[in-house]
Design a protein. Sequence first.
Length: 304
Amino acid sequence: MNEYDIIIIGAGPGGLTAGIYAGRQGTKNLIIDRDMAGGLGREVPQMENYPGFDNISGLELIEKMKSQAIKNCDLKEMEEVTEIIKTDDDYRFAVKTNKDTYHSKTIILATGSSHRHLKVAGEEDFKGKGVSYCATCDGFFFAGRDIVMVGGGNSALQEALYLKNLGANVTVIHRRDEFRAQKHLQNQIKEVGIQTILNATVEEIKGDMMVESVILKDTQTGEVTEHPTNGVFISVGYIPHTELAKQLDVNLDETGHIIIDKKQKTNVEYVYAIGDVCIGLKQWVVACGEGAVAATSAFEDIQN
Ligand code: NAP
């Protein structure tokens, strides 16, 4: 019952695509995710660069991918993989979860990443009380209110636009004098009148019951000021989830991402990796492509 050809850990865009491809090869496959399918992909407010859709939310696209995946493989949500043990039998890996143990000939790590935190005073205390890492989840509460978005990448500017569209008064705070985000997003935030504070770091988040202000430090002059705000959205990048990879002795690069070859193979035989946990471009379309390649590689290796 619990024996599989391919077990995919993580049901984000890459993991779901791997499941779709794996099923169509005729192998017996399982996707396991400790949360609901979609991972951080569920939080993407809107995407305008996923082929086939002019504009679609992460949640909507994930639901479409999930319904396609479960026609092709088993899916266990809200079940956490705690340990992967290499074995000497035909099924080379025993995958232990908080509910069961599964056996598989191959493993695809699609474990994704989580939000990087600022690690400043007040950040933990005001989580859910004005501090948020997810505009799609919490933006609704800030219509008509003042908020700051911390970060200068694509995610920060996309989410700032989403929050502005909900009616929030948004100020983006970035630590350098130029944004990392693509030019078209920079142009869009100017067009819709989002204010920006550059060369500034958030030193502290303050308030009583809820967030009331942030303490900012000018990185050039050192001047410290207090900026009143009702909410602090933080979008300063991601940290890859590599705990299981480390258990398997999978090699990581100096930034902590899994090193893979063109066939999504890691240094460990029969272990593949895809998506944001790997080195490379962090894009849905890339994760999906990697999912297709990994499922095909696993199939070829099982056949051989
Ligand atoms: P990112 O590109 O890594 O940008 C993180 C931003 O946070 C950077 O501007 C960085 O500043 C800033 N930052 C990092 N640590 C900080 C700290 N401690 N304090 C203050 N600021 C800090 O992350 P992302 O925007 O989440 O994007 C992740 C990946 O997904 C990227 O590859 C991105 O291109 C991709 N993505 C693409 C799209 C799209 O194509 N539409 C949308 C979303 C994300 P510095 O610039 O100074 O380093």
